[in-house]
Ligand binder design. Structure first.
Ligand code: NAD
Length: 336
């Protein structure tokens, strides 16, 4: 029998706030992160309350159903809106697609709700945003949250869906030192490496620099794998050679784009490029890098070319936009 799920009342009992964590955005990454966080919190404090919220209602309800089945007796609830999620919990984690959604969720939900709360309650609230988004938008949201008395850090992640599921993510944190110390135990329930990169926005800066490299790397790996096969090389042999040579990188040894090239691993190419890091999100991250480059006067010859490849890929084959970005191999194989 399926467990029955409760939805939060519009005015959640504020008395539960100290024992409650809300997770907003339970998509590919958020659902795995929330599962780790809630299950570890439940093991420590069975009386805790867990709240999920998503613009796609089925994402929140299927998460809550799965969690309630795995942890009978856990108090898992669904918030219909970010306002409800903010009223419900002192701890709020957000994992949204990008800047537009963070503006909506924070500017239109979390921040006005914090302003409406008694100061003593607002001050106890801690917001962790793990979205990869524009540094300036993130700094603006953090400034407005902090002005209510609450705390906020940017904590984008590296490690993908596999790392989110395994609880081995790296968190790149931006914010005041006291906030970093406060969020560290919570982030440790979802990841292994928690790095304080500097003040607000610094975590995002580090994340965007990393993804600039990754976006270029995945394309050049696809190019090499296509060229090698045209020369008659077996993709598993070629991957093994590169994987133990100076060309080794995550895109060849973990996220290899050629089916059967990594016999002992299961990268997204083994399931039709489903379930990894969407090409549309990579194109978004390359755009974030190019915005920073314009503002800082940085030349990005490879980054600009790579962004154009992803843009063309999504335009010509829109279904590849939601598949893992290693499907650039499939796109370039057909394109050449
Ligand atoms: P996703 O699209 O699978 O999940 C985002 C979720 O947010 C969805 O469930 C969506 O319905 C929800 N959402 C959107 N707007 C909302 C709103 N207004 N209110 C509430 N919920 C809303 O994306 P993802 O792959 O989980 O990525 C999330 C973030 O993590 C992105 O910024 C991405 O760049 C970053 N990231 C992703 C990966 C990866 O491998 N997928 C790796 C590292 C970082």
């Amino acid at each position: 029998m399926k467990p029955s799920l409760r939805c939060l009342q519009s005015v959640q009992r504020l008395s539960m706030r100290p024992k409650s964590t809300s997770f907003i955005g339970v998509g590919r990454m958020g659902s795995e992160m929330a599962y780790n966080l809630f299950s570890k919190q439940f093991a420590k404090k069975p009386e805790a309350q867990f709240v999920v919220c998503d613009a796609f209602p089925e994402a929140a309800s299927s998460f809550a159903r799965n969690f309630a089945t795995a942890f009978p007796g856990a108090n898992i609830q669904i918030a219909q809106t970010p306002e409800e999620a903010t009223l419900a919990s002192e701890w709020i984690v957000t994992m949204l697609p990008s800047s537009a959604q963070v503006k909506t969720v924070y500017g239109g939900g979390i921040i006005p709700t914090l302003r409406s709360l008694p100061a003593a309650l607002a001050q106890k609230t801690v917001c962790i945003d793990s979205t990869t988004l524009d540094v300036d938008v993130a700094r603006e949201a953090a400034k407005d949250v902090i002005a209510t008395g609450a705390s906020m850090v940017d904590a984008p992640v590296s490690g993908g869906v596999t790392g989110a599921k395994a609880g081995t993510l790296a968190f790149l944190v931006g914010g005041p030192d006291a906030s970093f110390q406060a969020v560290h135990p919570v982030l440790s329930m979802m990841g292994q490496r928690i790095v304080h990169c500097g003040p607000s926005g610094a975590g995002l800066g580090a994340k965007i620099c990393n993804n600039l490299i990754l976006g270029v790397q995945q394309i050049v790996v696809a190019e090499a794998m296509i060229m090698g096969q045209k020369l008659g090389l077996d993709p598993a042999v070629l991957s093994s050679v590169i994987g133990s040579s100076t060309g080794n990188c995550w895109s060849i040894s973990v996220n290899n784009p050629v089916p059967s090239a990594l016999p002992d691993k299961l990268p997204p190419c083994e399931r039709g490029y489903e379930g990894g890091f969407a090409t549309a999100l990579m194109e978004k991250d390359m755009g974030l890098a190019s915005d920073i480059a314009s503002k800082t006067g940085t030349e990005l010859p490879l980054g600009t070319a790579a962004r154009e490849v992803y843009r063309r890929m999504i335009e010509k084959e829109p279904e590849l936009g939601r598949k893992d970005f290693s499907s650039v191999y499939r796109f370039l194989s057909r394109d050449t």
